[in-house]
Design a protein around this ligand. Structure first.
Ligand SMILES: [Zn+2]
Length: 394
């Protein structure tokens, strides 16, 4: 593997610091080196510092001139539904016209239309579409995504989706952390409890015996899975060795943040309706909030989560796209940076801290001088190039 020397970045954003998620004022510390450089050997960062120092040690490394560019660790998108068939263009048009969720569902739209299309699509064809999505993420500077199943809702279709993720992570440079979200919705003509039994007794054991997921997630919401049902699924998953996530308080304050704290889930996601009590519970349970402003925006809502209160409470917040065909059709972390700043009043530094982790040799180079430009200019990619484990990925 050839060595790389990245030189003369106007800002090399290192995010060096403690090897734990940043909280509070730490989120403002990006560890920026001006005229910065780094040396990468064998897919690992060997040296980071001022360009002249890197140049002295570069030997025969291939030089990447990052003059007048920002270099950033690759974005980590911690909440996506990457694998699905088709799109929801008709729903989009209906929503724009003012149709309600119920009207859209009645017209044959909503999550169920994606489930039907995904079930009817072969593993090979799903992979073709998923590759396209993976390419979109890379093009926006994202090098790692968490990706959920959940558009199958039968054992065979959920396993099919998880296998597509596994193949995608082998066949593309995008790094994928797989999550089993069998409890994304209750299948038609089934009672929720009956389906929960199926998730716990049939799906989870297969998912874990085939090592197809690292995390288990549940859509905890009225009309989907209540607190008790969500708790049953997540507890069973924990017993089988999976780590936990939860879709919490998106449409109503249902107490899901409390459940997350009780079960010490790794993350609680959405939290649009979470109040002070929920925020305090997340803090005491050591749960990381994953905030998804893209879905609030795309649904035409103004109900953004209370990011500032969460930061002030010392929570290690994360921002992510929630990429999915219904409520958040965007793979763009730069768009999420813009929304985090303009709608949730996070500073550009806080938004960057919440969208990357400490450096691996995964990094992106952007055609701008100042990291704040990533959140400032919005709606078009400023990506120059993207590297995963030291190799060019886009
Ligand atoms: Zn989601």
């Amino acid at each position: 593997m050839k060595s790389l020397a990245v030189l003369h970045a106007s800002q090399l954003v290192t995010l060096t610091g403690p090897s734990r998620p940043r909280v509070g004022a730490e989120m403002l510390e990006l560890g920026i080196i001006r005229d910065g450089g780094m040396l990468i050997r064998d897919g690992r960062i060997e040296l980071v510092g001022p360009s002249d120092e890197i140049e002295k040690n570069a030997g025969d490394a291939e030089v990447i001139n990052a003059c007048r560019k920002v270099v950033l660790p690759g974005f980590v998108d911690a909440h996506t539904h990457l694998v699905f068939a088709g799109n929801r263009l008709d729903d989009f048009e209906r929503r724009v016209r003012g149709d309600t969720y119920e009207q859209i569902a009645k017209a044959g739209g909503g999550i169920w239309s994606t489930v039907e299309k995904t079930r009817a699509t072969s593993e090979a064809d799903l992979l073709v579409q998923a590759r396209k999505h993976a390419d979109w993420f890379l093009r926006c500077g994202t090098t790692t995504v968490e990706s959920k199943s959940g558009y199958g809702l039968t054992i065979d279709d959920e396993l099919k989706i998880l296998r597509v993720m596994r193949r995608l992570s082998h066949e593309t440079p995008l790094e994928i952390v797989p999550t089993f979200l069998g409890a994304h919705a209750v299948p038609r003509k089934m009672h929720a409890d009956q389906y929960v039994d199926m998730v716990v007794n049939e799906m989870l054991p297969r998912v874990t015996s085939d090592s197809l997921a690292e995390f288990c997630d549940v859509f905890c919401e009225h009309g989907y899975f209540d607190i008790e049902q969500s708790g049953r699924i997540l507890s069973a998953a924990k017993t089988l060795g999976l780590k936990l996530r939860i879709h919490a308080d998106q449409l109503s304050n249902s107490g899901a943040a409390m459940l997350a704290a009780e079960l010490k889930t790794t993350t609680a996601d959405h939290l649009e309706k979470t109040d002070e009590q929920g925020i305090a519970a997340l803090k005491s349970g050591g749960v990381q909030p994953v905030l998804l402003p893209g879905s609030v925006y795309a649904l035409g809502s103004m109900s953004y989560p209370r990011a500032r209160e969460m930061i002030e409470a010392g929570l290690a917040i994360v921002i992510a796209t929630d990429f999915n065909p219904g409520s958040s059709p965007t793979p763009s972390m730069p768009m999420i940076l813009s929304l985090a700043c303009t709608q949730m009043k996070m500073s550009p530094a806080e938004a960057i801290s919440a969208s990357t982790i400490n450096p691996a040799a995964n990094f992106s180079i952007f055609d701008c001088d100042d990291y704040r430009e990533l959140a400032y200019w919005f709606g078009f990619p400023q990506t120059h190039s993207v590297y995963v484990k030291g190799s060019r990925a886009h």
